[in-house]
Design a protein around this ligand. Structure first.
Ligand SMILES: [Zn+2]
Length: 416
């Protein structure tokens, strides 16, 4: 009997839904991961893993080469579980436990931590990004065990903190010696196999103005209005970069390296001309580019806009680089593990698995670039629903992901 058919009866849909509900209810916005991590540690121990739980203090790692940076610097729990085989390769299955904030909870139809199930959808912050992926990993490990399959190689499950903030958790796990021969990170890919991701760097632009009473606004200089030509320059830069920086894995993607402003703060009072504006955002880094290249381009665009503006020429805006840095990953699209996962995914779903690049950063680059561990992103959920109100994941897709991962583990590690 094919290994997939031995595993399929042990993918327990009800248990997967219960696990995902429990995990979504444990709020784990970056910096608040402990309760969810304790749940992961307990669950992995029940599955028979040798569990390592330790508190990561970003301050201890700051000086290490390759440190990815972090805004949130409180110490939090990281979890790794090893399922050792007698000999053979080690496959790492990685997921991040942290989520972005739910934002304005009024905007949600389904409360972000209620884990409402409607039909095939489970709603909640983190359902797609990426508690659905973590639960698929648990389902895969559980199915291999329940089917009585004994692996030759080893499986290592990593549940890491701080991915949304740069990747301090994956960095800490790798630095602690939790490595393997290949990695699958179960980010939401809608079951596409993604052997590469773009880089990201986070900027803060501070634009000066001059305060005045709103009733004599012409005597002041609005920092908001001075920001508008800068914003246009950034849009033009984005357009040019997405037209000229190309990569075969990103063919047909309209905006592989987006530049997006996520936060704008200006002014202190409705009747005062704002004397300062602070805008923060992210800019994508293309495959083959360096973070430094892209930073220089953005700084030049801001400076160019300032030079063309009478006020800003004498009161230049500043650009700072803050928070996490994601280098683009070093892709290995022809690695046997990538082809194996494609084959297994196609076998389970009945359609060929899509192979493409991702426009977002992830922990994958820490594995590929720093430790030479080849890997892919592969998991349930649609990235377009991540970081969004009414985030949800398809429960059927979580089940399919669990079966594919279980079969991939057996293929990669070998069955005794
Ligand atoms: Zn994610």
């Amino acid at each position: 009997m094919a290994v997939k058919d031995r595993l399929a009866p042990h993918i327990d849909a009800r248990r997967l839904t219960e696990s995902l509900s429990a995990l979504v209810r444990l709020r784990s916005v970056t910096g608040e991961e402990d309760a969810a991590q304790e749940w992961m540690a307990k669950t992995l121990a029940e599955l028979g893993g040798d569990v390592d739980v330790w508190r990561v203090d970003p301050a201890d790692l700051k000086a290490r080469p390759g440190y990815p940076g972090a805004r949130v610097d409180s110490p939090r729990l990281n979890v790794v579980a090893n399922f050792p085989g007698p000999g053979g390769p080690t496959l790492v299955l990685n997921g991040h436990i942290d989520t972005v904030t739910p934002g304005d909870e009024q905007g949600w139809t389904h409360a972000p931590f209620a884990a409402d199930v409607v039909g095939d959808r489970l709603y909640g912050r983190g359902a797609t990004d990426m508690k659905g992926g973590l639960v698929a990993i648990l389902g895969a490990v559980g199915a291999v065990r329940a089917a009585g399959i004994r692996l030759q190689g080893s499986v290592q499950v990593q549940s890491v903190i701080g991915e949304e903030d740069g990747g301090v958790g994956a960095f800490a796990a790798l630095e602690r010696g939790h490595t393997g021969d290949a990695v699958i990170i179960c980010e939401p890919t809608q079951l596409a196999v993604i052997p590469a991701h773009a880089g990201v760097t986070i900027f803060r632009i501070t634009v000066p103005g001059r305060a005045a009473h709103g009733c004599v606004r012409a005597e002041g200089v609005s920092a908001l209005e001075r920001f508008l030509p800068i914003h246009s320059a950034l849009r033009a830069l984005e357009e040019e970069r997405n037209r000229t920086v190309r990569h075969p894995l990103y063919q047909g993607m309209a905006l592989p390296w987006p530049l997006s402003i996520g936060m704008v703060h200006a002014g202190t009072w409705p009747a005062i001309v704002p004397e300062r504006l602070v805008a923060e955002g992210r800019v994508g880094v293309g495959l083959g580019e360096t973070v430094e290249d892209v930073r220089r381009q953005l700084e030049a665009a801001v400076e160019g806009a300032a030079q063309a503006d009478g006020f800003l020429r004498d009161h230049p805006p500043t650009v700072e680089w803050v928070g996490g840095v994601w280098e683009p990953s070093r892709p290995s699209p022809d690695h046997p593990m990538v082809r194996m996962l494609q084959r297994v995914a196609a076998d389970v779903t009945g359609t060929p698995a899509r192979v493409c690049g991702a426009p977002y950063g992830s922990d994958l680059r820490l594995f590929t670039n720093m430790f030479g561990i080849p890997g892919v992103l592969f998991g349930p959920g649609d990235i377009r629903l991540a970081h969004f109100t009414d985030e949800y994941v398809s429960l059927a897709e979580v089940e399919r992901a669990a079966l594919i991962l279980a079969a991939a583990v057996c293929e990669y590690c070998g069955v005794r």
